[in-house]
Design a protein around this ligand. Structure first.
Ligand code: CP
Length: 308
């Protein structure tokens, strides 16, 4: 039984296997209608709980659809409506759910909640985002880069903006998939130093460059995300916007990257804040491929978790 808790805590070869499996499964669907079941139905008779303590569009729909395509069934649960949100412990919730379902995906606030769920569950647990990381998103991003440009190993990836949870997973993935990573943003919103140190320990460059123009030179991929994450207080909005304005991804900044550099954003985006519409809708943007690939990457993650 494998839980998928983070990219840096999952074996490199296993991560590569999941990306390759996701591509094979995507190709095998061959453009069929979205509700068409996969021929092999690997999740037949399996029940999957999808727990959301935060809002979601992509994670909710892509996990639900992915389970259905693989022949399984889902229960989509809101944390607020569960006893979990009214005093029942995480450990007891994990033990109870393990008697009903074969797999648990949870989107939550604190990483400790995810880890406790995984510790006490007797079925695999998948990280659907915490305040600290978002590994499923970055598995889809690696898959998307490679679909468009071939192997990501040895490439230069630049993150411009807030060093948030998606950024942390992208740094972990630099170490595991072998690409160089540059963060550019204000020092108050730096990514966790542990993530940068993890990537460096795997033998790749993981650096901070305050000047966004210098940072994106030679980039194969430029990535950004919303300036105010779901767990950030709305009272911080104005301060963050003031700090981050100089790190907006616009056509001038993209012009400093390689001519064929891709642009990614995990979505939802705030158009013309962290990225201009011209870049989001421009020829180098692959944002909707990223969104689609959440489906395929997570199907591979679920199969790996269940060993099917
Ligand atoms: N990117 C992402 O996780 O989207 P949702 O918040 O809509 O799930």
């Amino acid at each position: 039984m494998n839980s998928f808790l983070d990219i840096h805590t999952t074996d490199k070869a296993e991560l590569r296997g999941m990306i390759d499996a996701a591509r094979r499964m995507k190709n095998a669907r061959n453009g069929q209608p979205k509700g068409t079941p996969d021929a092999d139905a690997p999740l037949k008779n399996r029940m999957v709980a999808l727990i959301f303590e935060k809002p979601s569009t992509r994670t909710r729909v892509s996990f639900d659809l992915g389970v259905r395509q693989m022949g399984g069934q889902t229960m989509v649960l809101s944390g607020k409506e569960m006893q979990l949100g009214h005093g029942e412990t995480i450990a007891d919730t994990a033990r109870v759910l393990s008697r009903y379902v074969d797999l648990i995906m949870i989107r939550t606030f604190e990483e400790a909640t995810l880890l406790e769920m995984a510790e006490y569950a007797s079925v695999p647990v998948i990280n659907g985002l915490t305040n600290r990381t978002h590994p499923c998103q970055v598995m889809a991003d690696v898959m998307t880069f490679e679909e468009h440009r071939g192997p990501i190993a040895g490439r230069k990836v630049v993150w411009s903006g807030d060093g948030n949870n998606v950024c942390a997973s992208m740094i972990h993935a630099a170490g595991q998939f072998g690409y160089d990573f540059t963060f550019t943003g204000p020092s108050t919103l730096d990514p966790e130093s542990e993530a940068l140190e993890f990537a460096r320990a795997q033998g790749v460059q993981a650096i901070v460059e305050r000047d966004p123009v210098k940072a994106v030179q030679g980039a194969d991929l430029v990535v950004t995300d919303t300036w105010v994450s779901m767990h950030d207080p709305q009272s911080a909005r104005e301060r963050r916007h003031n700090q981050l304005r100089g790190y907006q991804v616009n056509e001038a900044l993209m012009g400093q990257a390689k001519a064929d550099a891709l642009f990614m954003h995990c979505l939802p985006a705030h158009r013309d804040d962290e990225v201009t519409s011209a870049v989001m809708d421009g020829p180098n943007s692959v944002i909707f491929d990223e969104a689609e690939n959440r489906l395929h990457a997570q199907k591979a993650v679920m199969r790996w978790c269940l060993g099917v």
